[in-house]
Design a binder for this molecule. Structure first.
Ligand SMILES: *Cc1c(COP(=O)(O)O)cnc(C)c1O
Length: 380
């Protein structure tokens, strides 16, 4: 194929970049007079004899979203779930009774909650590993059924080697699932690093506007896709058509939002480094971050920045003193959010009490910096 950008490739669809596919996929056929967007289908049942039968099993608004998610992740299929944790829960349902799950020591707090809850119920055993760019977890993986990866991790922003860990897991006969919420398919497709199941909190960067709660699982395995579909259909926790519409609408702008948020995050992280009151900045885009090289070569740095000040009280006061940054939990929306993570009693004790997590949005970066700077200065 020609490298000259003025010479179009012969089969345009497969050559399109992710930001283009996010815009173009999951639309109705271009028949004259047809709508350009998939409609919100409000019907619990469908006329007999066709491809659709009952709304808990499938509905056209999901199909548009799921085919787009699968396309963006370069997988054969993707399924939407009513939240990120519902997607995680469905993946954990794939583990046989009495099986072994190998999971990072500090995953997203909801993931840790689910793992602990199921372990104490006797459903499976959890073995923890310490994530690092060079982690060798072959000992933990002996006899394991599922490896869980989260990179960059929430909120400590630890970086794992997706390809290396996947290889170790497959050598031990374990499936590999990744929580790719912080990465998004615009930056990288974990399936290409060898994972079996790609999980998202669609709530965050994919939907991108803090107006919908949703999760997804993407996979190249027909067998796993069928099992997950059965788990969803029988478990009965499904996505409403309106939420599916909102998520797909959000995905249309994934590329421009990620470009802007990540660029803003890099600038904010670099400026935070210059403030004496800031004891530590955690951001994979900084060369001081232990996972910097690996992150830049694989998942990118993301749009979440954490920093530590002298005390928990100071951190709390800063989070209360911003005007533009919204003091709220969550991340991945167009609007920037700030919170002290350890305000939550369920957060891992390894998360420092003075750590502030920023979800950097798409506002003007100087407006963001000026507001953060005044809040920090007011409490220095
Ligand atoms: C928010 C989050 C989840 C959970 O998603 P919900 O949509 O809130 O259920 C899972 N993983 C990560 C990394 C998250 O940030």
């Amino acid at each position: 194929m020609s490298n000259d950008p003025s010479v179009p490739p012969t089969s345009p669809d497969s050559e399109w970049k992710i930001s283009t596919r996010a815009v173009s996929h999951g639309r109705p056929a271009p028949d004259p007079g047809a709508p350009v967007n998939e409609s919100i289908t409000l019907s619990s049942t469908f006329h007999a004899g066709g491809p659709l039968d009952y709304g808990r099993v499938g509905t056209p608004t999901w199909t548009a979203l799921e085919s787009t998610l699968a396309d963006l992740e370069s997988t054969q299929s993707a399924l939407c779930f009513p939240s990120g944790v519902a997607a995680i829960s469905a993946v954990l349902d794939l583990v046989p009774v009495g099986g072994v799950v190998v999971a990072p020591a500090h995953p997203y707090s909801g993931t840790r909650g689910l793992l602990n809850e199921r372990q104490s119920a006797g459903r499976f055993t959890v073995r923890e590993y310490q994530p690092s760019p060079t982690a060798d977890i072959s000992a933990e993986l002996q006899g394991a059924d599922l490896l869980w990866i989260e990179t960059p991790s929430n909120p400590l922003l630890e970086i794992s080697d997706i390809a290396g860990l996947s290889q170790q897991a497959h050598a031990a006969g374990a499936l590999v699932a990744i929580d790719a919420t912080f990465i998004t398919p615009y930056i990288a497709q974990p399936i290409n690093f060898g994972v079996d199941l790609v999980v998202h909190s669609v709530t965050k960067f994919l939907a991108g506007h803090s107006d919908v709660i949703m999760g997804s699982v993407a996979t190249n395995s027909d067998e796993l896709a069928t099992r997950l579909h059965t788990i969803r259909t029988l478990g009965g926790a499904i996505v409403g058509p309106f939420e599916a519409f909102l998520a797909l609408r959000g995905i249309r702008t994934l590329g421009v939002r990620m470009d802007r948020s990540i660029a803003n995050a890099q600038t904010i992280a670099e400026r935070l480094l210059t403030l004496p009151v800031v004891e530590k900045v955690r951001y994979p885009g900084l060369s001081s971050h232990p996972g910097h090289d690996l992150a830049m070569a694989t998942t990118g740095a993301g749009a979440v920045v954490c920093f530590e000040v002298h005390s928990a009280d100071q951190a709390e006061a800063i989070a209360e003193s911003t005007r533009l940054w919204t003091h709220a939990t969550s991340l991945g929306g167009v609007e920037s959010l700030i919170e002290r993570r350890a305000r939550w009693p369920f957060e891992h004790p390894d998360v420092p009490s003075n750590l502030i997590r920023l979800s950097v949005g798409i506002e003007d970066v100087d407006d963001l910096w000026n507001d953060l700077y005044q809040a920090i200065s007011a409490h220095s």
